[in-house]
Design a protein around this ligand. Structure first.
Ligand code: 13P
Ligand code: SF4
Length: 310
């Protein structure tokens, strides 16, 4: 790429010329968030993807998110700047192993968190995201046994909230498991007025001491309406960009990880760059494609989710 190229202007031009919509998750780098048409959590992004009349959906997020957009809107070309942008949580549930697990519990229905592959979606009865999971679970009769996959931390949190005893798949997100309770406790002593806000993919000891738990959109809204002016944020750092923009006078501190050499960035989300975004829009690759039978099977539980969370 010509280093003098104004990537912001070029991306804006390509969006117009190609009738493309750019959807970005909150964990994307700030530059990408700034050029996006819509920034949101997994549910918001899926809803936008299903209703757009653009010809091309450019998905600045990870593979399962772009795949979800394709499942919901097969007539559109769906582009992902880097096909290698995966997800440790989605990877923690390989479809053949999960199928064997499911077959052992034929009386259970399967609720899967949207952070999973199309193959896992196709093996599920209903999909949920972190913002609608409680509502989705409530929609299932109390005496119906449930398998929840793939996130054991979100599953345990939901079991506690709903009083259910869902059978949990043993998966987790690499980003949300790095936070140190000890360091957070020390940080809270130094910042006694700060609110600890956490994503439900975090482990139980972190959630137990949190002042607020929610999806990325819910965390963002909480920081806007809360009277507090300091927040310790236990989720991926990308969200801090919108938090800081929407509440410039407030202070946001990333929750400290156990290993001080680590950071709270998702290595998959951060594979997308402005340069890759520009190239993918210019040449319309890499594109998400999917077998039609798989797509239809994966769409069924997505449709149930969309129906319940309307
Ligand atoms: P939400 O934005 O839906 O809360 O999901 C968080 C996440 O980990 C996405 O990868
Ligand atoms: Fe997956 Fe975690 Fe990255 Fe989200 S933050 S894409 S759940 S690895």
């Amino acid at each position: 790429i010509d280093p003098h190229l104004d990537l912001f202007a070029e991306i804006a031009r390509l969006k117009k010329e190609k009738n493309a919509i750019l959807l970005a998750h909150y964990y994307q780098e700030p530059d990408i968030q700034d050029v996006a048409d819509y920034i949101g959590d997994s549910l918001g992004l899926a809803q936008q993807a299903s209703k757009t009349d653009a010809d091309i959906i450019v998905f600045a997020g990870v593979h399962f998110m772009a795949e979800t957009a394709k499942i919901l809107n097969p007539g559109k070309k769906v582009l992902l700047p880097d096909l290698k942008a995966g997800c440790s949580l989605a990877d923690s549930a390989p479809a053949p192993l999960f199928k064997a697990f499911k077959d052992k519990h034929p009386d259970h229905i399967v609720i899967s968190y949207i952070n999973c592959t199309a193959d896992i979606k196709a093996l599920s009865d209903i999909i949920c995201t972190s913002s609608n999971a409680e509502k989705i679970i409530e929609s299932v009769p109390k005496d119906q046994p449930i398998i929840f996959a793939p996130d054991k931390n979100l599953g345990a949190y939901l079991n506690k909230k709903s009083g259910r005893n869902m059978l949990l798949w043993n998966g987790a997100c690499m980003v949300h498991e790095i936070f140190s309770l000890e360091k957070i406790t020390k940080l809270k002593i130094r910042h006694p007025k700060a609110k600890l806000i956490s994503h439900p993919e975090c482990e139980e000891p972190i959630l137990r001491v949190s002042d607020y738990i929610g999806s990325t959109t819910q965390l963002l809204k909480y920081t806007e309406v809360s009277d507090a002016t300091e927040f310790i944020v236990a989720t991926e750092t990308g969200i801090l960009h919108q938090m800081q923009q929407n509440s410039p006078h407030k202070t946001f501190i990333p929750a400290p990880p156990t290993n001080s050499c680590a950071c709270n960035d998702c290595p998959h989300m951060k594979l997308n760059t402005l340069e890759k975004l520009y190239l993918c829009m210019e040449y319309e690759v890499p594109e998400i494609t999917m077998d039609e039978n798989l797509r239809l099977a994966a769409k069924k539980p997505m449709d149930r989710m969309m129906e319940i969370s309307r």
